[in-house]
Design a binder for this molecule. Structure first.
Ligand SMILES: [Zn+2]
Ligand SMILES: [Zn+2]
Length: 240
């Protein structure tokens, strides 16, 4: 048998059996996104307040926005228009390749390691409505938060924050006012879970950030429940 044929007919199927996973960037086996491709993902310039865009550091909100939104910091990995991250997020969400969350959580960890290893935190995934979870089978923010918790050994809680209103996807709404109203009163804090997390910094986890109104609503109800230190980590920012 010719070498190419041998490679194509025997070696590749065998490799697929052992490592059925391939990198979405370079096709190497064993990863959904390999360390090389992960390193090449264009990093978001976290040098401005994520809401009013005035100068700031590592996604810190400026003083005025902190007061207004009850959020201290939003750390964003990359831009949603980057082809590789978009492919990964879409495959994870819409094709149910949920193990992608494992690799993406690893990328988030490596990128925000300094912050994640020096603070007393708890991961809180941005919740999805029950109906959405029934349709999709899972909430990708929960998967990311669970993997981050496994990597860092920091706690995660999926019941502190609940979504009680089935809103439309923010990305589908073009009108600014509609987007704002869409998320209003969509979240509540589960009072039974407050005590355990009272003294920890809350890190909201989500996949895509558009205007930020989802995070703002989450932070608002958490603040009303008595949480002072609220930050967020997201994979990508989508500009509208
Ligand atoms: Zn790769
Ligand atoms: Zn600001």
């Amino acid at each position: 048998m010719k070498f190419e044929k041998y490679l194509k007919n025997i070696v590749k199927p065998l490799l697929k059996l052992v490592f059925p996973v391939k990198c979405y960037g370079c096709n190497i086996f064993g990863y959904y996104v390999c360390p090389n491709c992960a390193q090449r993902i264009l990093r978001y310039k976290n040098k401005r307040c994520p809401f009013c865009l005035c100068a700031s550091q590592v996604g810190r909100l400026c003083y005025r926005c902190q007061k207004k939104y009850f959020l201290k910091q939003v750390m964003i990995l990359t831009y949603y228009d980057q082809a590789l991250i978009q492919k990964l997020i879409q495959a994870m969400k819409y094709s149910s390749v949920y193990l992608i969350a494992r690799d993406l959580a690893q990328v988030l960890y490596l990128n925000f390691k300094t912050y994640l290893t020096t603070n007393k935190l708890a991961f809180i995934p941005v919740p999805a409505h029950k109906k959405k979870i029934t349709n999709r089978g899972f909430n990708q923010a929960v998967l990311l938060a669970r993997h981050l918790s496994r990597i860092t050994k920091l706690p995660v809680n999926e019941e502190l924050l609940l979504k009680i209103k089935n809103t439309q996807a923010q990305m589908q709404l073009k009108n600014k006012e509609k987007r704002k109203n869409n998320q209003a009163n969509a979240f509540v804090v589960n009072k039974q879970n407050i005590k355990k997390f009272k003294n920890l910094e809350i890190v909201l986890i989500d996949d895509v950030l558009t205007t930020g109104s989802t995070l703002i609503e989450c932070a608002k109800v958490l603040n009303q429940a008595g949480f002072q230190n609220i930050t967020a980590i997201v994979l990508a920012r989508q500009t509208l």
